[in-house]
Design a protein around this ligand. Structure first.
Ligand code: NAD
Ligand code: UDX
Length: 470
């Protein structure tokens, strides 16, 4: 097997950045260059004061240790490809917005462009690793493109190495992964390439946690893992609706079923709906794959996971309106949290976007506060959610605030959309004092102590608990 001494990573995003920064940290003998076409993003990775383009606990420390030593960020894609022995393709694969499979299939344009660039530039053999989440058998298309465009004496071995990190815990996930999955062709060359990548992870990941499988199993395992995780959330959210109607408490139910070692306690938190760039996209991708394979029942099964999530978001905003005496017109609502989960500044598919849009259409006034998300990002997301409404009109209805306390001032209701720890710890007495009465709290994240808030005077509505509890 080739002993890798230079790695190139194409795509300096949420996955490429942290993943390859950790490889650089753990493998000081390997030069790692992360490239991107987006100059602003690369500049941020290189910024002297470490104002990195993504917020991720522990990331800055990793970059501080490795940057300039054996970790480099650049827009010079060609040079990095040329010198590398191994290339990660870690570009975005969003859901297609138009054309065949629109709304379901993955847009593989960025993967294809990156692959074509590798073929055009490479003058020596390379191991090419799919890091992006892609539909089953994408590696085959990559190989066809590479072989059709390669120079003589260049061979390309393709590996699949999907990434399982979750945002907000990316660095701890990368330091101690449950498993690293590597898929390869089961040919001597494929197995050699697999060994080369295995040797890289072997610098810090115990051998028994590095799983090697066939290419197609590896590609499908990524979609399958995300589908099963999202399915747990939709299942618990479906049960939360039953709890609200019956008087059962979803936290108690989740706790009880999680004690079954076959089910396990993790990832059973009822919420206002899952968000993030992966779950919905990857399930829709699986739905599309199932349909193209003429498996409509399988497609319908997985589709229901996304439908249930949409239902959960709508159900929550309806509950807010119902509780506020069936109208929120002209009422001020404070939305705490805009990121799709705590400890990230990422807002992709965040439930907060849907909630705020619903409140806007009910003609409410909305105050928004998030400790990490840039205001520009919030405006961009709200504009994208309501493309026909001019931004000026959105800004008349929505106000961005600098603190939770400021957001709650003179509001009728507080909606907790993201489980930021600071929302648990804010001075709820002070919040109460500043609000109009009756003062309502809607906890979409099972975050706050409902009994404590009720004692202060709040009318509390919690997901998965009947309204009468408040
Ligand atoms: P991202 O949008 O944050 O980053 C992708 C980057 O690739 C962008 O900066 C873009 O400019 C760059 N890029 C696109 N085409 C390029 C090209 N031809 N040359 C150079 N740079 C190019 O996306 P992400 O969140 O990092 O996701 C990347 C992939 O990893 C996706 O397939 C995603 O499904 C998968 N994934 C994401 C997560 C996650 O938590 N975000 C977790 C696991 C897997
Ligand atoms: C997910 C997968 O966990 C990760 O393995 C994969 O690589 C990428 O997709 P991510 O989307 O970053 O990671 O975060 P995750 O922690 O999975 O949360 C996704 C969404 O589900 C968030 O909105 C979160 O708030 C929500 N969630 C999670 C719940 O509502 N309840 C839970 O119990 C867990």
């Amino acid at each position: 097997p080739v002993k890798v001494s230079k790695i190139c990573c194409i795509g300096a995003g949420y996955v490429g950045g942290p993943t390859c920064a950790v490889i650089a940290l753990k493998c000081p003998h390997i030069k790692v260059t992360i490239v991107d076409l987006n100059q602003a993003r690369v500049d941020a990775w290189n910024s002297p004061d470490f104002a990195l383009p993504i917020y991720e606990p522990g990331l800055e420390d990793v970059v501080r240790q490795a940057r300039g030593r054996n970790l480099f960020f650049s827009t010079n894609v060609d040079d990095a490809i040329e010198e590398a022995d191994l290339i990660f393709v870690s570009v975005n694969t969003p859901t297609k917005k138009s054309g065949v499979g629109a709304g379901f299939a993955a847009d593989l344009n960025y993967v294809e462009l990156a692959t074509r660039r590798i073929a055009a530039v490479a003058t020596s053999s390379k191991i090419v690793v799919e890091k992006s989440t892609v539909p089953c058998r994408t590696a085959e298309s990559m190989r066809t493109i590479l072989e059709a465009n390669s120079k003589p004496n260049c061979r390309f071995d393709i590996l699949s190495n999907p990434e399982f990190l979750a945002e907000g815990t990316a660095i701890t996930d990368l330091f101690g992964p449950d498993r690293v999955l590597i898929g390869s062709l089961q040919t001597p060359e494929g197995l050699d390439a697999c060994q080369s990548l295995k040797d890289i992870y072997g610098n810090w990941v115990p051998e028994e946690r590095i799983l090697t499988v066939g290419l197609w199993s590896s590609e499908l395992s990524k979609l399958a893992a995300n589908a099963m995780l999202a399915q747990r959330i939709s299942s618990v959210n479906a049960l939360s609706a039953i709890c609200e109607a019956t008087g059962a408490n979803i936290d108690e139910v989740a706790h009880a079923i999680g004690y079954d070692s076959r089910i396990g306690p993790k990832f059973l938190k009822a919420s206002v709906g899952f968000g993030g760039s992966c779950f919905q996209k990857d399930i829709l991708n699986l739905v599309y794959l199932s349909e193209s394979l003429h498996l409509p029942e399988v497609a319908a099964y997985w589709r229901q996971v996304v439908d249930m999530n949409e239902y959960q978001k709508r159900r929550f905003s309806k509950r807010v309106v119902d509780t506020l005496f069936n109208t929120i017109t002209g009422k001020r609502i404070a939305v705490l949290g805009f990121a799709f989960k705590a400890d990230t500044g990422d807002t992709r598919e965040s439930a907060a976007i849907t909630l705020i849009k619903d409140f806007q259409s009910e003609k409410a006034l909305v105050n928004v506060y998030d400790p990490q998300v840039e205001h520009e990002q919030i405006w961009a997301d709200l504009q994208e959610a309501s493309p026909l409404v001019p931004l000026d009109s959105i800004k008349k209805q929505v106000t961005l605030c600098k603190s939770a306390l400021e957001a709650c001032k003179n509001a009728e209701a507080v909606v907790i959309a993201t489980e930021w720890k600071e929302f648990k710890e804010i001075d709820w007495e002070a919040v109460y004092a500043g609000m109009n009465k009756p003062a309502f709290v809607f906890d979409g994240r099972l975050l706050v102590d409902a009994e404590k808030l009720t004692k202060i005077g709040f009318k509390v509505t919690t997901i998965g608990r009947p309204s009468s509890v408040a």
